[in-house]
Design a protein around this ligand. Sequence first.
Ligand SMILES: [Zn+2]
Ligand SMILES: [Zn+2]
Length: 398
Amino acid sequence: MSDTTNTPPDPPAPPTDTSNAKGDGLTKCPRCGSAEIGPVPGSDLLRCSFCRYEWSAANFVTSVGFDSPIDKLNGTVTTTGGADIDAQASNLVTLKCQGCGSEVVVNTESALQARCHWCRQVLSLQTQIPNGAVPDAVLPFRLTHEQAVEQVHRFANKRRTFALTRFKKEFVPENVLGVYMPYLLVDGNAHGSVAGFGEIKTAQYLRGPENNRRTYYDADVYRVTRSFDFTVDDLTIESSSSRANQDTRMNTNNVINTILPFDTKNAVTWDASYMGDYTSEKRDLNIDQVTPVARDQMLSIARQKATETTDYNRGVRWETEQLELKGTRWVAVLLPVWLYSYYEKKPGGSVFLHYIAVNGRTGETMGSIPVSVPKLLLVALTIGTVLEGVALAIVANF
Ligand SMILES: [Zn+2]
Ligand SMILES: [Zn+2]
């Protein structure tokens, strides 16, 4: 690893301004000026419901130049949408309706638009606010509600044999809801160093008496080190603390990470008109708070890359590792997830939250369903092989 102790760190660059110039309030159709604008299901387009004109917001990455080479990144590049959250900032934001002059309150915990109940105009939050609700970019829903319902149906049907009777009775896949989840995307320009031991088998033989014969191996052990530059593109990290809370005794939040990846390169610059009837969740974690998670993931990428360069037939065991982050680039984004949730009331009064989550771009589906344990045991005793197939999906419940 290079010695960097004598080089003073670069002063932090000012954040890239990603607050758009549209301003809060009425967003208007670029062709006819109507304010009735919504997402077109199944596409990345917006549509004016008055003149039917369709258009798309600009691609985020190219419009701010975040497609420049990652291996040239130096220091921390941030945006105004990923700025630190002001703990004092309220979730409630008041907009003045340009239609009738009334004041309209938007609760940014779950919405970024609200309809004026006097004149029915839709008011949008376009300007970034210090409570973390307005991101830099949004990845529109590609999968329609109908397609999501079908995915949830298919997922649950495959696991019906083991599901709780109550779950089956109350299962209404139509209740799947579209939610925009907050994430931080990070590009990393890194240097990794790992060291450990690799083994090459030189002989294999059987020893011991007839009734207790064992296999023995001879192996040469080598000390292995690797030190290399590498880059990471759009690592996707949860930025909602309630979602990042992966307490497997209470919920199955971990399923949401299993429906990654998203095609984040197609995210468009923030436009609240993409919200439509979807709800949204607010980011409440700062870049500093998720940096350890990003580093951990980059370290595991480094270990994997290092392992790929080795050829020890009994494997390599890494014992020490170091990561030097030369540069990072952060983007706050909302990603589309269809969610079916189910509260399981456990005997004894505790509740457990199950999800089936569908990636709103790819349709990738994962989830947990409440399982009837006696049923599971019975099947395990009779047809063990079938159980293996479902064990992966339900393992989070135990
Ligand atoms: Zn129009
Ligand atoms: Zn109004």
